[in-house]
Design a protein around this ligand. Structure first.
Ligand code: NAI
Length: 210
């Protein structure tokens, strides 16, 4: 997947979130500048992103919320339910499980896995925790599409390999190691430490320039 496509999908997901709230508030129209402010892009970028959709907007009224939602939602397949598993139920894994529960109705963490016997066969935040030895069979049988890895770095690649072999199509990896995946699998690598380091670097640079 190209980087530009990746970014475009992120923007569409955010537009949709904004429009969903507008819809819930009973609003009928949304302006491109509102969407631009919400996402942090220019109104021109919003208009370009929406050019290929059948949404009849006008400069006076903006885009009609109803057809905006239907069009973009159908493009993003936001009605289809995606099964997700999480591997590594430690500090971060637990935080994700508690945060995520029922937040996005179409995305369901159907089970979590850990190698620690003490943590297995329990329920955490409404999600069942199984032993990691059951990961392959579970993912294959349940046709799980996405795996979230929150294990220490030294086991992340092994977990990714099991997930891929079992048929997973997307991985979100929080472990600070770049895992290798085939082209048929989408990888989202999230390195929080790197983001903080990068921000610190730019903050110091900007401060030095003043
Ligand atoms: P943790 O030590 O609290 O949890 C790791 C969990 O993974 C434990 O429950 C452990 O039993 C399990 N585990 C270990 N090997 C496994 C395997 N082969 N299969 C299944 N489960 C296994 O660690 P924490 O803090 O939750 O961090 C997890 C990962 O996320 C690490 O790679 C860390 O660098 C990264 N991370 C953590 C952040 C945080 O705020 N805690 C922030 C950003 C990244």
């Amino acid at each position: 997947m190209r980087k530009s496509e990746n970014k475009a999908i992120e923007r569409l997901l955010k537009y949709l979130e904004y429009v969903k709230n507008k819809k819930a508030e009973g609003q009928n129209y949304v302006f491109s500048h509102e969407l631009a402010d919400f996402v942090g892009v220019t109104p021109a970028q919003v208009r370009q992103d929406l050019m290929d959709f059948k949404i009849e907007g006008t400069p006076q009224k903006g885009y009609p919320v109803e057809s905006f939602f239907d069009e973009v939602c159908s493009h993003l397949k936001c009605d289809s339910r995606t099964k997700i598993v999480l591997v590594g139920v430690g500090n971060l894994g637990k935080a994700i499980l508690s945060y995520f529960v029922k937040r996005k109705p179409n995305l369901e963490i159907v089970a979590a896995f850990d190698s620690d016997q003490e943590k297995s066969d329990r329920i955490y935040s409404g999600t069942k925790i199984l032993n990691v030895s059951e990961l392959y069979n579970f993912v294959k049988k349940e046709r799980v599409k996405v795996g979230i890895i929150t294990t220490p770095a030294d086991s992340a690649q092994d977990i990714a390999d099991i997930l891929i072999k079992a048929g997973i199509r997307g991985i979100v990896n929080f472990a600070p190691i770049t895992i290798k995946v085939p082209e048929s699998v989408f990888l989202e690598q999230i390195d929080i430490t790197l983001s903080i380091e990068k921000t610190a670097y730019f903050a110091e640079k900007i401060a030095g320039e003043k």
